[in-house]
Ligand binder design. Sequence first.
Ligand SMILES: Cc1ncc(COP(=O)(O)O)c(C=O)c1O
Length: 377
Amino acid sequence: MDLLPVAPIETLRRRRSAKWRFHPPDVLPLPVAEMDFDLAEPIAAVLREAVELSDTGYPAPDPVLAEALAGFAGARWGWEIDPAAVTPVADVGVGAVEMLRVLARPADPIVVCPPAYPPFFGWAPEAGGRVYEVPLVDGRLDLAGLERAFAAHPAAFLLSNPHNPVGTVHTSDELAEVVRLARAYGVPVVSDEIHAPLVLPGATFTPILTLRGAAGIAVSLVSASKAWNLAGLKCATVVTASPAMAALVDRFPPDTSWRVGHFGVLASVAAYTEGVPWLERLLATLDDRRALLGRLLAERLPRVSWRPPEATFLAWLDCSALGSGDAPRELFFDKGRVAVEPGLRFGAAGSGHVRLNFATSAEILDQATARMAAALP
Ligand SMILES: Cc1ncc(COP(=O)(O)O)c(C=O)c1O
């Protein structure tokens, strides 16, 4: 399959998004989860057309987005979504916080599995709760630990399915056990499935709501924003599959859906309905970059260890053997001029780690690993 091209670095540096504006121009930026590939053409076309028409108003309250998502999820995962059970939100963060706000009373525990996507630690208090940590064990869910946590009756379990930053795709057996425990202890599961379309060759994604018994206890947060690089356009969805969970979403602030980006809706519809050939090329490209990164690390940074992710374009690198203590990120940044995410942002379990974004060109990965290797003491 034809891999996706990446524009020359001088062109990438003209982008004004966080990834490309956060650091000085001599730094190779591999932190923020944005991708360097060109937009999928059907998405670019729909956005161009909207600009031409000055079609820059509010999103229409019609079912087009919900129907597009239902079509995509059915074809890709055999997940039957009722379009009437899809609620647009501005982004996954808004969907998660509004959901947790409905579920949590002040200072209620909300279960999170570190190392975890850093905003999870902020969403829980924003919603009025507090984080209760059940760390992953060897990169997988600690089901016994979750049972102990659920026995304390937390307000919710905030799950990353697949898991950012380690890239684990939870198996259907693991998720079935999560659902069993959630039902047994009455703990709602908020399943953040933003990385679902980014499951790489070799792994299979299970939408939580396809599991028996999940409908009454779980909601799913889905978005095209990671897989098609649309984060700035502001569109995600909350999906439910039972009247009980839909009733919770009905308690969101009434204007929530008006705060969604119109461009985000247009682009997401194009992604779900016409963006699958591009997604397949993306997955082949990420598979290629994952293998390349493995070769470059083995050759140039043999003391860095990692488990290649089953999903996402994020590599979770264990740098504890480098002798840089808690802060390998500083070593790579100060000496190598390569920016990666510091592991401690993902919780204490991230000590000695960094997260590297490999959704870029082979040339940039080559340069970045060369610079990282040259930065070693
Ligand atoms: C697990 C996870 N959830 C949510 C987000 C952010 O989504 P949004 O921009 O839609 O809030 C990210 C971004 O990388 C993520 O990795």
